[in-house]
Write a protein that binds this ligand. Structure first.
Ligand code: PLP
Length: 386
């Protein structure tokens, strides 16, 4: 592998994951040999089409949907933009609601639609990061086009009660989308049971390749195409398919389903070990009183910048994230923590650990030792009493 420090321990699986070797094996023929264009009628084209439809069935199976509901995109960001812009495109502009803790690839497209007269409004969350149902109910008293609430948050890991929220939204006549990018492979996922109109998933969070993701869509949803052209993906997302990435996504989904229970119990045990160890240190663990995806722990040390701690830990061989890893060029405190009412100073200290199936008990205990040393070293440097 190039570009990676092999001696470092990777604890940032919510940002991205390594390609599984079985996924790579399945992808290689599509990159090495002559592949056909899936729209071509000859044998090369038909073979490519079959591979894509097989992957579509694997993806559908992993998220409790029908293959006909899966629209492939190139990223979760693209699928979220597609949902927000495509679903609202044919509607008379009213308002678009999104939870205050959404990934920017949901909130920013919603805000951008202000230019076409759509109002956008964030729905509050409580101190643990759960959606404020009363605030949603109050907002839904006005006509709304779309509500988007993520199934699992990328920073805190908090899982929302989507079926109940979807029911509330559907009763109001609005469309309901959920971003399930951080849920796939970590908790059981069923598009049908979630009862939403649209759902986003992404391949590179589950040991699949970058360049493949999907918007899962209820057929009754009136959505405008994202890309016009040759009519691929039911005319909703034209463009020659990225066959290797889609094939890899399919295999990654199959593996994620097969490994779900072991992943959940293994990473939950590592997190318990980790958070037990954190208790000896003077830290705040966020959202630990509510349901979370099993692999995620988000905490802060008062008085120490998260960025500083992340860099110190990196030098000691541990790769972790501060605030939101998806917008790590930003030095603003986490918008998720601010929405939860955490004060700016503590929010600036936030550090996220996201375990993967290959992390070990030994790594967690080494990490705790290093964390303890780095915290006391940084506290001495900054003059905070250790
Ligand atoms: N939604 C959530 C919750 C995420 O965590 C991410 C990426 O980190 C995305 C969407 C964007 O997905 P992608 O990286 O496939 O564009």
């Amino acid at each position: 592998m190039t570009g990676n420090n092999m001696s470092s321990v990777y604890l940032d699986h919510n940002a991205t994951t390594a390609l599984d070797s079985q996924v790579l094996e399945a992808m290689l023929p599509w990159m090495k040999a002559q592949a056909g264009n899936p729209t071509s009628r000859h044998v090369f084209g038909r073979t490519a089409r079959t591979a894509i439809e097989h992957a579509r069935a694997q993806v559908a199976e992993a998220c409790g949907a029908y293959p006909s509901q899966v629209i492939f995109t190139a990223s979760g960001t693209e699928a979220n933009n597609f949902a927000v812009k495509g679903i609202t495109a044919n509607q008379a502009a009213t308002q678009i609601l999104y939870s205050a803790i959404e990934h920017p690839c949901v909130s920013r497209p919603a805000i951008s639609l202000g230019q076409y007269g759509f109002k956008s409004q964030a729905i509050s969350v409580n101190g643990q990061g759960e959606l404020d149902a009363a605030h949603l109910a109050a907002l839904l008293e006005k006509p709304s086009n779309l509500v988007s609430v993520m199934l699992a948050n990328n920073e805190t890991g908090v899982i929302q009660g989507i079926p109940g929220i979807a029911e509330q939204v559907k009763r109001s006549g609005a469309s309901m989308h959920t971003d399930a990018v951080q849920a796939l492979g970590k908790i059981p996922l069923s598009f049908t049971d979630l009862n939403v109109h649209a759902m986003t998933i992404s391949s590179h969070k589950i040991h699949g390749p970058q360049g493949a993701a999907a918007l899962v869509l209820d057929k009754r949803v009136d959505i405008q195409p994202l890309l016009h052209g040759g009519g691929q993906e039911k005319g909703l997302r034209s463009g020659t398919e990225n066959i290797a990435a889609i094939v890899g996504f399919g295999v990654a989904c199959e593996l994620a389903v097969a490994n779900l229970n072991s992943f959940a119990s293994h990473t939950r045990a590592l997190r318990e070990q980790f958070e037990q160890g954190l208790k000896a240190l003077d830290v705040t663990i966020f959202s630990n009183e509510v349901a979370r995806i099993p692999n995620t722990s988000f905490f802060a040390v008062n008085g120490i910048e998260g960025e500083t701690l992340v860099m110190a830990l990196d030098r000691k061989g541990f790769a972790v994230a501060s605030g939101s890893a998806c917008s790590s060029d930003s030095t603003e405190p986490s918008h998720v923590l601010l929405a939860m009412g955490v004060n700016q100073d503590l929010a600036r200290g936030a550090v996220r650990i996201s375990f993967g199936g290959h992390n070990t008990v030994q790594q967690v205990s080494n990490f705790l030792d290093t964390l303890k040393n780095e915290i006391s070293r940084l506290k001495q440097l900054t003059g905070i009493a250790a």
